[in-house]
Ligand binder design. Sequence first.
Ligand code: KIV
Length: 297
Amino acid sequence: MSDQYGGASAPAPRKVTVPDLVAMKRDQKRITMMTAYDAAFARLVDQAGIDVILVGDSLGMVVLGYPTTVPVTMDDMVRHAAAVSRGASRPLLVGDMPFGSYQAGPADALHNAARFLKEAGMDSVKVEGGAEVVETVRALTANGIAVMAHVGLTPQRVAQLGGFKVQAKTARAARKLIDDALALEDAGAFSIVLESVPAPVAALATEHLRIPTIGIGAGVDCDGQVLVLHDVLGLFGDFKPKFAKRYADLGAQVVGALREFDREVREGSFPTADETFTMKESELLSLQRSMAQQKAG
Ligand code: KIV
């Protein structure tokens, strides 16, 4: 037996939890994470067997059409995260705290993180940053909110970093990144994203941390990997980082399908009888008679 997408159909599997991810690191099982922003794609990501869905603030770039993630608001994130939680049941769900929702300090961060859990059905939240967010991570985890950290290239700081550039390329910067990661682990983070860092730096961080590392542009030695859904499916062409492997070209398929619709409508070959409703001949005759009488006078 298989489902409509060719996967085996079986009873709904148990939901992935935060302790499951830590156990996967211990058991040397690789973790898969993918972004999603709506119920339809969340359902498909779930069916593919992915362990974690990140409702990333990449939403701003790949869905909302902004040039960076900076303009994304808490309301944007809650609306999309709630849709994702209606679509997915097995993956662990992570809501990405947008720029300005946690930088003012732990009280603000607690208020906004709670919105992800209460209004959007998320299991956990993610915050970008190193030493400067350690106290915020400590406050969130002390109050029962599971936190995924994110170091390396932190897109919310793109202006300060001077663009989407590889980070931690010197021994000194790499040492700071690893020290930050260890401090975030100590503050209670359950996992950490390493974005755009040299593979040997990510490998060393992975070796020294007890919590799992999830890499994006950080090499194969991380405990797991994450990519942005629209990059994977070929639905976003504005910006293509080196690490963003395209597994499908749905963008081309979408344009092809829409061009066919456009042509068929213009030439009158859509809709056909198969896509059309009709009515009883007697009802039609009666309608035509009444319209003719009205026209006659
Ligand atoms: O917003 C996002 O999609 C992310 C991933 C790139 C990790 O933070």
